[in-house]
Ligand binder design. Structure first.
Ligand SMILES: Nc1ncnc2c1ncn2[C@@H]1O[C@H](COP(=O)(O)OP(=O)(O)OP(=O)(O)O)[C@@H](O)[C@H]1O
Length: 367
C-alpha cells in the first residue's frame, strides 16, 4: 500500500485518476453533532425492527465522513433519519420511531435539532443547508421535466429568482459540474443523458442551494469506474471551493481511502468504530473493521461494478434477533465467552480521536 502526499492510502481497489485534492481542514466546532440516534421500525404485526441503535458522531465543516459497513448495517437509515426522509416500509405496516439528537448549525448560525424539527422547518433546511445525492439519479430526477427546469426550480425556491433569472446560474452550475454544452443540456430530459451525466446533474441540483452539508448515499456505485473517478474528483474540488462537509456512504474501501477524512464503521445498526481515515485503515481496532478493510475490492472487482465488499463468513444478524453482547461475536475470530457475549458494549476511546466498540480492543491493538 502506498501513501499519497495528503496522507490518504492508495488501495488496490482505489479508482484511478481520482487523487484527493486539498480540502479545507476540519474546523473545531461541529456542523452536525449526532447523539444516541436510534431508529426503530414498528410493525403492525411482528416484532419491531431496531435499524439503528445509539449512533453518535460529529461532522465538522469541510470534513468528509465515510459511513461504511455491509448491507443492512443502518447507513442509509441513519442518513434518511437525519434528513427527515424516512417513510414506512412498503406494505409492511412499518413506521419509524426516531429518538436521540442531531444538532445542526444552520447557515443563519442557529443550532437546531434535526430530529425534533417540524416538517416545514426541516424542508427549508433540506432546500438550503443540507442536500442529498442518491445512488440512482433516475429515481430522483423528474422524467417529465427538462434538466434546466429541474435545476431552475431549486434556484427559484431557494433564491426567490424568476425562471428567466435562473438561466445564467443554471448554465454556470452545469458547467461547474463538468458538463459540456450546458446551453443544449438545459432543454434535454433525463432519459437523454448517460448515467454519469445524470449523476452530475443531481450534484448540480444538490449544489444549487449551496449546502453546508452534502449527504451522498453511494453516489458513484452504479457508474463505470472512470466516471466514478471523475465524480469523486469533482466532489473534492467542489468541497475545496465551498468548504461544505460531506457524509459519504459507500461499500468501496478504495473510495473511502480517496475521499474520507474520517471513517465511521457501522455493523448491525451500531457504530462499531470511528477514526481518522489513516488510523481506521492502518490500525483498525474492531475485528469487524479489520476484516472489512482487508477485503479490499480489487481493481477488477471495481471494474466489474461489484457493489458489495467481498463476503465475510457469516451474515449481518436480523435486527429483530440480534445476538447478546457484541452483535459481531458469532462471526468474530477474537471471540471469548463472557466479555463478548454477555453485555451490550459502549464505544470506548482508544485515543481522543479513535472510538471502538469491542471488549478486546486493547489486546487487538497489541497484536
Ligand atoms: N422502511 C423500513 N421498514 C422496515 N425496516 C427497514 C426499513 N428501511 C430499512 N429497514 C431495515 O433497517 C436495516 C438497516 O437498513 P439500511 O438500508 O440502513 O442498511 P444499509 O447499511 O444502508 O444497507 P445497504 O448498504 O444495503 O444500502 C435493515 O435491516 C433494513 O431491512
Amino acid at each position: 500500500m502506498t501513501k499519497s502526499p495528503t496522507g490518504h492510502t492508495a488501495f488496490p481497489g482505489a479508482v484511478p485518476g481520482a487523487a484527493p485534492e486539498a480540502v479545507p481542514g476540519p474546523a473545531s466546532a461541529p456542523l452536525l453533532s449526532v447523539r444516541k440516534l436510534a431508529v426503530t421500525f414498528t410493525q403492525s404485526s411482528g416484532p419491531d425492527i431496531p435499524a439503528v441503535e445509539g449512533a453518535s458522531f460529529d461532522v465538522r465543516p469541510g470534513e468528509t465522513i465515510a459511513l461504511v459497513g455491509e448491507s443492512s448495517s443502518g447507513k442509509s437509515v441513519t442518513a434518511m433519519a437525519l434528513m427527515g426522509l424516512l417513510s414506512s416500509g412498503s406494505g409492511s405496516g412499518a413506521g419509524p420511531v426516531i429518538t436521540g439528537q442531531a444538532l445542526f448549525r444552520t447557515s443563519d448560525e442557529n443550532t437546531v435539532d434535526l430530529l425534533s424539527l417540524p416538517e416545514p422547518a426541516l424542508r427549508a433546511i433540506r432546500g438550503r443547508d443540507i442536500s442529498m445525492v442518491f445512488q440512482d439519479p433516475m429515481t430522483s430526477l423528474n422524467p417529465v421535466l427538462t434538466i434546466g427546469e429541474q435545476i431552475s426550480e431549486v434556484l427559484m425556491t431557494h433564491d426567490g429568482l424568476s425562471r428567466r433569472q435562473t438561466r445564467a446560474p443554471v448554465i454556470s452550475l452545469l458547467t461547474r459540474v463538468g458538463l459540456r454544452n450546458p446551453e443544449d443540456l438545459i432543454s434535454r430530459y433525463p432519459f437523454q443523458l448517460s448515467g454519469g451525466m445524470r449523476q452530475r446533474v443531481m450534484i448540480a441540483i444538490a449544489l444549487a442551494c449551496r449546502p453546508h452539508l452534502l449527504i451522498a448515499d453511494e453516489p458513484t456505485t452504479a457508474l463505470d469506474v472512470t466516471v466514478q473517478a471523475r465524480i469523486l474528483t469533482l466532489l473534492r474540488q467542489l468541497q475545496a471551493e465551498t468548504g461544505m462537509a460531506i457524509i459519504f456512504i459507500t461499500h468501496n474501501i478504495g473510495v473511502v481511502a480517496q475521499i474520507a477524512d474520517r471513517v465511521v464503521v457501522m455493523y448491525s445498526g451500531q457504530i462499531v468504530e470511528s477514526a481518522p481515515v489513516r488510523d481506521a485503515l492502518d490500525t483498525p481496532l474492531m475485528p469487524y473493521s479489520r476484516v472489512l478493510f482487508r477485503t479490499v475490492p480489487t481493481y477488477e472487482a471495481v471494474l466489474a461494478r461489484r457493489r458489495h465488499l467481498p463476503t465475510i463468513p457469516g451474515h449481518v444478524p436480523d435486527p429483530r434477533h440480534r445476538p447478546q453482547g457484541c452483535t459481531f461475536h458469532p462471526r468474530c475470530t477474537h471471540f471469548v465467552h463472557g466479555p463478548c457475549d454477555t453485555f451490550r458494549l459502549s464505544p470506548e476511546h482508544a485515543t481522543p480521536d479513535h472510538e471502538v466498540r469491542c471488549a478486546r480492543w486493547r489486546e487487538i491493538a497489541r497484536d
